[in-house]
Design a protein around this ligand. Structure first.
Ligand code: SAH
Length: 394
């Protein structure tokens, strides 16, 4: 068994249960891509079993802090079983959910979403890549399902020195699927959609937006970065008068139109604009258009804290414009899914957008990701999706 010796004092985060070992912490040792290594303190004390990533800044990711653990099929079966069991703790109003959420479920580099009877996996580390056949077998046996599609095509694969990889790992079937979320039916495409096909992390926030709409009967709603129209369906189902959706992906907007038909919603109460959000917000301002509710759910502007400054300006810009476009008493659902922007920083950015806009607002609610995308005490990086519900002061 190969071992990695850390520099003096570099064991601190591991002793607190954090699963990452950065390249700068390693004094000596190496292994093949994804190989399991024994991590030792400078004094030679056992710290963890981890998967080695020769090219990544995150040089190793911990599988287990137990010296007696063996990283084999039985180990992965137990981790997957535990993750599935944890999902039973939460009431998930859908037949689609995240079954494995990486580090939070003790499986760094592995994301698995379940859409009805189909599993979609993303393997983003050398460790998960090396154990792919084992993980595939275990995922099928623990869920009792037969279809597993791989979507390992995110940019993080390049950081690990891994090529992109997509396609069926087990079974075969349609890639266009239908799921049920709350009372709605939603279509998605696991081969061509973003991430694994759908933004399951926004499930409860879409429901919350539906509730606000039902209560306040918004006349004019603007859904920015609408993707396949999750928030659009929520608004229309809640009785919104008219919903404008803006996204720069034409296929996503086509799917959004299909969602309306699927749910028997009146498409004369919507417009779908294939356009840049920033430019659209400026145009609406110039045209004097105003809205009773706005959703801002942009893509990840800051994947890591290194991008935080530029991202902060981008977040501030769209939030300033959105606050200006809100009628007094209007409601803004604003989000950031950037791991590099903390809850506090996001709050500050939105506050300074308000100052620039000359608009004050009540912070009515603080939102996060759906519970099947959990964060843990030991891994604060797991908190990536945050949102605020603001009500513009009159
Ligand atoms: N709210 C959605 C998820 C949004 S994901 C849901 O509930 O499902 C972010 C979306 O922003 C993607 O669909 C992407 O196509 C879109 N996007 C990214 N940059 C954009 C831009 N500059 N203007 C318009 N849309 C953009």
């Amino acid at each position: 068994m190969k071992s990695i010796r850390l520099r003096p004092g570099k064991e601190k985060s591991l002793l607190k249960g954090h699963p990452w070992i950065f390249d700068g912490a390693v004094a000596k040792g190496g292994a093949d891509s994804g190989e399991t290594v024994r991590i030792e303190s400078h004094e030679g004390r056992f710290l963890a079993w981890a998967a080695f990533s020769p090219k990544s800044r995150i040089r190793a990711r911990v599988w287990s802090f137990e010296e007696s653990a063996r990283i084999d099929e039985a180990f992965f079966a137990e981790r997957v079983a535990r993750a599935i069991e944890a999902r039973k703790l939460w009431r998930i109003e859908s037949d689609a959910m995240r079954l494995i959420h990486g580090e939070s479920d003790g499986l760094p580099g592995l994301v698995v979403d379940r859409y009805g009877d189909t599993l979609v996996a993303q393997m983003t580390s050398c460790g998960t890549e090396r154990f792919k056949p084992t993980l595939c077998k275990v995922l099928l046996s623990q869920t009792g399902l037969g279809k597993l599609y791989e979507r390992s095509d995110g940019s993080v694969r390049a950081l690990e020195g891994l090529p992109e990889s997509s396609g069926w790992l087990a079974g075969e079937g349609p890639v266009e699927l239908l799921i049920r979320e709350h009372g709605w039916r939603l279509g998605l495409d696991i081969a061509r959609g973003h991430k694994t096909g759908f933004y399951l992390d926004q499930r409860d926030n879409r429901q919350r937006f539906f509730q606000w709409t039902a209560q306040r009967a918004f006349a004019q709603v603007l859904n920015c970065f609408s993707y396949t129209g999750g928030f659009t369906v929520a608004a229309l189902a809640g009785g919104a008068g008219f919903v404008t959706s803006v996204d720069s992906s034409a296929p996503a907007l086509e799917q959004a139109k299909a969602q309306l038909r699927l749910n028997g919603l009146d498409d004369s109460r919507t417009e779908m604009l294939d356009a840049d959000v920033n430019a659209s917000l400026r145009r609406f301002l110039q045209e004097g258009r105003r809205f009773d509710a706005i959703v801002l759910d942009p893509p990840k502007f800051a994947p890591t804290s290194a991008h935080a400054e530029r991202a902060a300006r981008a977040y501030k810009d769209i939030n300033r414009l959105a606050l200006q476009l809100l009628r007094p008493g209007g409601v803004l659902f604003t989000f950031s899914c950037s791991g590099g922007i903390s809850v506090d920083l996001f709050h500050k950015i939105v506050a300074s957008a308000g100052i620039d806009a000359g608009v004050d607002a009540f912070i009515s609610e603080k939102l996060g990701g759906a519970p099947d995308h959990p964060m843990t005490l030991c891994f604060p990086e797991g908190e990536y999706l945050k949102g605020l519900v603001l009500v513009r002061k009159t």
